[in-house]
Each structure stands twice: as structure tokens, then as C-alpha cells.
Design a protein around this ligand. Structure first.
Ligand code: PMP
Length: 290
């Protein structure tokens, strides 16, 4: 695919001519939400879960969208077929719409709905085999990180801080408690239990997070969703991050100190392998959301 495919408010639009109004509230106020779904070997993975999370985000910010799940699915399938891509990402961005700037939500407003299908370029495999380095940063985001808002500036600034520190990414920490990565969820092995922070308002409940928890439970790994302190994270023999695009990503250094031996650990390797089996439809079981 030379250029991403774009569907916008009911029509397919040339990538170069796809434009939104200067009055779009997504631009004016970050008044919008989004979703990212991945297609693997010609099929979307976990489309329904992504749609459900999108509906939860829309409900939380009181944006009403009349399109049905099957309409979203139909357009997404059509885009994937037209792209001839086997591996792609689909971004669905929904803003409240365009109207003269006002803090008061206009009564009559039509949401802007944009779907962008891009080819998927995975990171080099060495990233997964060697793991990444992260720093802990203060989580100064708002109190509703469970909503997948388009407003990602704190995440972008944290990522920039990591780059300046010479590492790959950052982990948000709120009052000593681990929240999540800048675009990932966090897992640690603590006393043979796979621990990840509870999916409350402090984090985005990742679709990959849930798939990895299910996978771990199927494999008789003890799991816990609970508060995780930054000191427990630093003392853990294994730490990894999860997301739609990064899958299961080993962390080998936090704040310039090695995690465990500084090598990718056995549990992380097993879960990365298992998750990829699920993603590629090679696994049976509940975790297979294809
Ligand atoms: N947390 C944040 C802040 C994210 O942006 C993402 C990526 N969308 C995730 C977690 C992981 O979510 P998922 O597994 O659904 O991609």
C-alpha cells in the first residue's frame, strides 16, 4: 500500500485530500477518542473488544455515534480488502465534531468519524529479543486514564524525556504506584506471580493486557491485578510491557539499573511466544480472540 487508506464521515477519501475543519473540536479541545486495531494475516484481531472499549470511551465523554458495530466492522473489512495488506493497523478517531469554538457542548453537532488503515511495520525483532530500557516518570495525567482520549501530550512528553535520558520509553508512576507505559500496560513477575496494575481509572485497560492475563491463566501461571509499587517493579526478576503494536515487550533496565539479570526472562519469552500464537491463530482457547 503506497498511502494509508482513509474513510471519513461516510466516504473513502484520498489520503492527501482528507481534511478536517479548523473548528473541529478534536483540534480545538482534544475533544475526541480513538482506537487502534491490528490486522494479522488478513484478519482483524480482537475487533469486538476494541469496539466495546471504543463504546465505553464514547459513553464516558458523552459523544453519541449512530453507526452500528456491524457498520464499523463492514467498513474496516472493506478497507483491509482494498488495501491488499495482510498486516495493518486501523486507527478509528472520533471527535465531537465541528462547531464555532465554545466550552459549552453544542446541542446540534455531528461527530467527525475517521478511519485510517496503514500497513503495519513491526519493530526490528532484536527489540523483542534484547528488551528495552525505560525510566520512571511522574504521572501528571488526569484522573480518567481509562478513556482512550486523543489528547496524548503527557504521553508524548514522557516519551521525549525517555529519549533525552538515552532510553526507549517511560513508565508512569503516581505516588509511588506504577500505572502504565506511555502507550503500553505494565507486567512484573513478583514471587512467581504475574502482577499487573488493576484496570481502574488510572490506566487504559489494554486489549493485549487482558489477552496476556487470559493466556497466563490458561498456562497455570498465578496472576494478580493489584497495586504495584515502583520499588516492587525494580526488584522484580522480569518486567514486560504489552500493547496491540508492541505485543509482549521485555524491559531489561529501569532507571539505568538492570531488571533481574538484565536479560529477557523465561516467563516473558513464554508469554511472548504464546501471545504470538494467539495473534496468528495458532492457539486454541479463550485467549484466541480472532
Ligand atoms: N496504555 C496506553 C496509555 C495506551 O496508549 C495503550 C495502547 N493503545 C495501551 C495501554 C495498550 O492497549 P492495547 O493493548 O489495547 O493496545
Amino acid at each position: 500500500m503506497n498511502q494509508p487508506l482513509v474513510w471519513m464521515n461516510g466516504h473513502f477519501v484520498e489520503y492527501g485530500s482528507a481534511k478536517v475543519s479548523v473548528e473541529d473540536r478534536g483540534f480545538q479541545f482534544c475533544d475526541g477518542i480513538y482506537e487502534v486495531v491490528r490486522a494479522v494475516e488478513g484478519r482483524f484481531y480482537g475487533f469486538q473488544q476494541h469496539l466495546e472499549r471504543m463504546r465505553r470511551s464514547l459513553h464516558s465523554v458523552e459523544i453519541e455515534v449512530l453507526m452500528s458495530d456491524s457498520e464499523f466492522q463492514g467498513i474496516a473489512d472493506q478497507m483491509l480488502a482494498e488495501s491488499h495488506e495482510r498486516d495493518a493497523t486501523l486507527y478509528v478517531q472520533i471527535t465531537r465534531g465541528a462547531a464555532p469554538r465554545s466550552h459549552v457542548i453544542p446541542r446540534e453537532i455531528t461527530p467527525t468519524i475517521i478511519m485510517i488503515l496503514r500497513s503495519f511495520h513491526p519493530v526490528d525483532e532484536s527489540v523483542h529479543s534484547n528488551g528495552i530500557k525505560v525510566i520512571a516518570v511522574k504521572d501528571e495525567r488526569w484522573a480518567r486514564c481509562d478513556i482512550k482520549l486523543t489528547g496524548l501530550l503527557p504521553n508524548i512528553l514522557a516519551r521525549e524525556k525517555a529519549r533525552r535520558a538515552g532510553v526507549d520509553d517511560a513508565i508512569f508512576v503516581r505516588e509511588g504506584w506504577v500505572a502504565e507505559g506511555t502507550s503500553t500496560n505494565v507486567f512484573a513477575v513478583c514471587n512467581d506471580v504475574l502482577v499487573t496494575p488493576l484496570a481502574d481509572h488510572r490506566i487504559l485497560r489494554g486489549i493485549t493486557r487482558d489477552a496476556v492475563l487470559t493466556l497466563a491463566r490458561e498456562r497455570k501461571v498465578n496472576t494478580a491485578e493489584r497495586d504495584l509499587s515502583i520499588s516492587d517493579l525494580k526488584a522484580a526478576p522480569e518486567v514486560f510491557l504489552t500493547s496491540t503494536t508492541m505485543e509482549v515487550l521485555p524491559v531489561v533496565e529501569i532507571d539505568h539499573l538492570p531488571v533481574g539479570t538484565g536479560q529477557v526472562g523465561p516467563m516473558t519469552k513464554r508469554l511472548l511466544g504464546g501471545y504470538r500464537d494467539v495473534l496468528h491463530g495458532r492457539a486454541a482457547g479463550e485467549s484466541n480472540a480472532r
